[in-house]
Structure formats: structure tokens, C-alpha cells
Design a protein around this ligand. Structure first.
Ligand code: ZN
Length: 456
């Protein structure tokens, strides 16, 4: 077996200056940094020695993809890759077809065994850390942080390229899942312990605007704001606070998002809902405000499984609009009516609110604009009758507002995509978005496989 002492002895000339820097370090901070540089170099030496030894093992040559002859070695060729511990170099056998076929790229069985792609220049373990940083901060900052944390200098452009490549993989994987769902092959449910599986499943959706460049490839021109549709799914648990009170707590939060219409969100949200147990959860609740499109999505996909809840604050806001239109100029009466109507709405008195509105609409001399507002309010409440049963929702322990959805939008979109001066290209946005989705949904590491894939 390789011995650490032998490896370091063979590289003594390179190690010695690093060791001297450690010995000469004036402060503890300098001492630690110098020792760390030495440790990283030691790691590179060990990795290179291991790779050199593996490269000496007999090679199992594959067949030529063109003529079917078994390849044979044309000798050792060097390869290098930037890793979490620094640049690693080694030499390994590269194959050649005895018939002289052109192979396109170097065929090196050792590379494949190590899980390396033909043109890969950076280690998967390094890309994983770099992409994780880029999820939270701009690429320039992420590159600086990566340098501080690992000692490996990577350009913001390189980081950007990693995010594009891995984000595209995530999008392609999602596309395949959507096609399978379309073909009648739903995804497997995500494993869930029995306790969590017994909790209500909440589903909600919303839209949020993100600034885009007007033209690809140039930062010039006026910002275009485009809407990103966000859907969220979570289990509603409870936790006990320090003072012993119980309060709701969101568990197993999963987020879907798409730069596009509600029609584009619809299959994505359903895919994730199936994965999160929409077909088996004891109670499913859908939460959203009055937007027509979202209630259309509810009707098309979720109405058979879920209780629809119209956000109480949104409903109350509309009551207030109605009150001010109807009782224009009579502020005190408007406020009184609003307070009463809101209380009725919350506690099972929707009929009384509708009766009030009906009476108001029958008032002779009601101004035309007030008539329009009150008619709209009446229709809105009447249409959503079933979604306004707040007494029942509260008795089931369900939330009456969609704060859950809003906080997901804030985290997913505002935190990273709406920084000062930020403007996105469609691809740049989508790739980073899908990495962030993978992160928040607990699937980030599946994008950075640390094992060599047997299919390569
Ligand atoms: Zn050949």
C-alpha cells in the first residue's frame, strides 16, 4: 500500500517551502492559513500518487464504437483537473483503434472509472460548493467566497457556466418527468414518515415579477418585468412554543416555479402534488387570493381532492372596497359596516353580508360606479361561497391566509433575483431558478453525483 511518508518524501522539494511558511508564520491566523495551504498540497500529492498507481493497473479496453475492434493503448497521456484541494495532474493510458478510426475524444477507461466526463475541467465536488454559493449571492461574490473557503480561485464566469450546465440538466430532468406524467406515468411519492403523512397538505400559488433584459446578449434597453408563477406545497404541523402554546408550523415545504403562464405552472404543480401525496393526504387545502387564473387551476386540477380557501385578508380587503364605494363620504358608517361584515364573513354569516349587499343594490339613486363595485363584490362572494367557510376551515385547523405562499415567493424569488441593478436573461434566470428549486426541495445533491455513474 502507498505510504504517506513515501509520498511526501518524494515531493519534499515542493513541500519544504510550504513547511517553512508554516514555521515562519508570525501570528496564529497566518500559521493556520500556511498550515492549511500545506495540507491542501499534501492532499494533492496523495491524490496524484493514488491516481498514478491506479493508472499502472492493467486496462480493460472497450471495443471501437466504429469498427468493433478492441482498442489498445497508445501510451500515457496527461490529464489535469481543478478540484476542491487544488489542481491535480496525472498520466493515464489512452486508447487507440487498431484500424485507425477517429474516436472523437480521448478514450481513457481510468477517467470513466473515476466518473470523469471527457472534457470536464473541474471536480464535481468543487462545482457542488460553487453552485451552492451562487444560489444565495451574485456570481462575483460567490467566486470570492469559494476562494476564501477552499483556496481555489475560480472566475465568476466559470461559476456562471457551472450553474448554466447543471441548471439545464435539472430542467431537462423535469421535462422528462412532465412528459412521463403526460403519458400516464405519475412520479413516485416522496417517502414520508407516518406522522407527517397524517398532517394536512397545503397547496398554494402566486405570481411574482422579475426584471429581465429586453434583448438577449446585451444589458442595454429598458427593463422588462415578467411574471414568475410560484406554487408551494407543505404539510401543516404544530409545535409547542417556549411558553407552552401550540402554534402551526410548516413542514416538508416544496416549491415549484416557472417563468410563464398558469398553464405552464399547472402540470408542474400537479407533478409535485402527486409526489407530496395529494392523492393520499387526509386533508388537502388550496389557498389563494381572488385571481381568476389560480382558481381556474384549482378547478381543473385540485377541486376533486382539496378544500379551496380564499385568502381571508383578500376577501376582507374587497369588503372594504365595497363599503367605501357604497357609503362614499360616510366614513364612520362605512367603517362600521365593514367591521360587522368582516366579522360575519369570518363566523359563518356570509348570507347576511350578501343580504346587505342585495339591499344596497336595491337602493334607489345608488351611483353607477358604486353599483358596479357592489355588483362585482356580490359576484365575487357568491362565486367563492364554498371557499369562504372560515368557521369550518378554522375547525379543521387550516390557515385562513396565504402567508405561506407569500413567504415562499419572497425566499425563492426576491432574495436572489431582485437585487439592486439585477436584470436577467431567460436562460440565466431559468438555470439558477431550477438550482434553487432543487435546493429548497432537498434535491440539490442529486445534481452533483459523487459516484461514478455505471452508465457512462
Ligand atoms: Zn475502429
Amino acid at each position: 500500500m502507498l505510504s504517506l511518508k513515501d509520498i511526501l518524501t518524494s515531493r519534499e522539494a515542493d513541500c519544504q517551502p510550504l513547511m517553512e511558511a508554516v514555521v515562519q508564520a508570525p501570528s496564529l491566523a497566518r500559521l493556520i492559513l500556511a498550515a492549511w495551504a500545506l495540507a491542501r498540497f499534501g492532499a494533492v500529492c496523495v491524490v496524484e500518487a493514488v491516481l498514478e498507481e491506479r493508472a499502472q493497473q492493467p486496462t480493460d479496453w472497450p471495443l471501437c464504437p466504429h469498427c468493433g475492434c478492441r482498442l489498445h493503448s497508445k501510451g500515457f497521456v496527461s490529464r489535469q483537473i481543478t478540484t476542491l484541494v487544488g489542481l491535480v495532474r496525472w498520466r493515464r493510458r489512452v486508447g487507440r483503434c487498431p484500424q485507425g478510426c477517429a474516436l472523437g475524444h480521448q478514450v481513457a477507461p481510468l477517467d470513466e472509472a473515476l466518473g470523469l466526463a471527457p472534457h470536464q475541467q473541474t471536480g464535481t465536488e468543487l462545482q457542488r460548493v460553487g453552485c451552492a454559493l451562487a444560489l444565495f449571492v451574485p456570481f462575483e461574490t460567490a467566486a470570492l467566497l469559494l476562494g476564501m473557503l477552499t483556496g481555489v480561485l475560480v472566475s465568476p464566469e466559470a461559476l456562471w457556466h457551472w450553474v448554466q450546465a447543471v441548471g439545464q440538466q435539472a430542467m431537462d430532468a423535469l421535462q422528462r418527468e412532465l412528459e412521463q406524467l403526460e403519458a400516464g406515468l405519475p412520479p413516485a411519492a416522496e417517502p414520508l414518515d407516518a406522522q407527517t403523512a397524517a398532517l394536512p397538505l397545503l397547496i398554494g400559488a402566486d405570481g411574482v415579477k422579475v426584471p429581465f433584459r429586453p434583448q438577449a446578449g446585451t444589458p442595454r434597453g429598458k427593463t422588462i418585468w415578467r411574471e414568475v408563477k410560484v406554487g408551494i406545497l407543505a404539510r401543516l404541523g404544530r409545535r409547542r412554543t417556549a411558553s407552552g402554546q401550540e402554534e402551526p408550523r410548516v413542514e416538508r415545504r416544496r416549491v415549484v416555479a416557472v417563468l410563464g403562464s398558469i398553464a405552464a405552472l399547472s402540470p408542474r404543480l400537479w407533478l409535485e402534488a402527486v409526489r407530496q401525496g395529494v392523492l393520499s393526504a387526509p386533508v388537502v387545502a388550496w389557498l389563494s387570493d381572488g385571481g381568476h387564473g389560480l382558481w381556474g387551476l384549482f378547478a381543473a386540477r385540485f377541486a376533486a381532492y382539496a378544500i379551496g380557501i380564499l385568502d381571508f385578508y383578500h376577501a376582507a380587503q374587497n369588503l372594504w372596497k365595497g363599503a367605501t364605494a357604497w357609503l362614499d363620504g360616510r366614513t364612520k358608517r362605512a367603517r362600521q359596516w365593514f367591521v360587522t361584515a368582516r366579522h360575519r364573513l369570518r363566523h359563518g354569516g356570509l348570507k347576511d353580508v350578501l343580504a346587505d349587499l342585495g339591499a344596497a343594490l336595491a337602493t334607489p339613486g345608488l351611483p353607477a360606479s358604486a353599483r358596479v363595485t357592489l355588483t362585482n363584490l356580490y359576484t365575487y362572494l357568491d362565486t367563492h361561497r364554498e371557499h369562504l367557510d372560515y368557521e369550518r376551515f378554522a375547525a379543521l385547523g387550516l390557515p385562513l391566509g396565504r402567508g405561506l405562499v407569500e413567504s415562499a415567493c419572497k425566499w425563492l424569488i426576491q432574495q436572489r433575483f431582485k437585487g439592486v441593478g439585477m436584470r436577467w436573461s431567460e436562460d440565466g434566470f431559468n438555470h439558477l431558478l431550477h438550482l434553487r428549486l432543487a435546493w429548497v426541495n432537498g434535491r440539490f445533491d442529486t445534481l452533483f453525483p459523487l459516484e461514478a455513474s455505471p452508465t457512462l
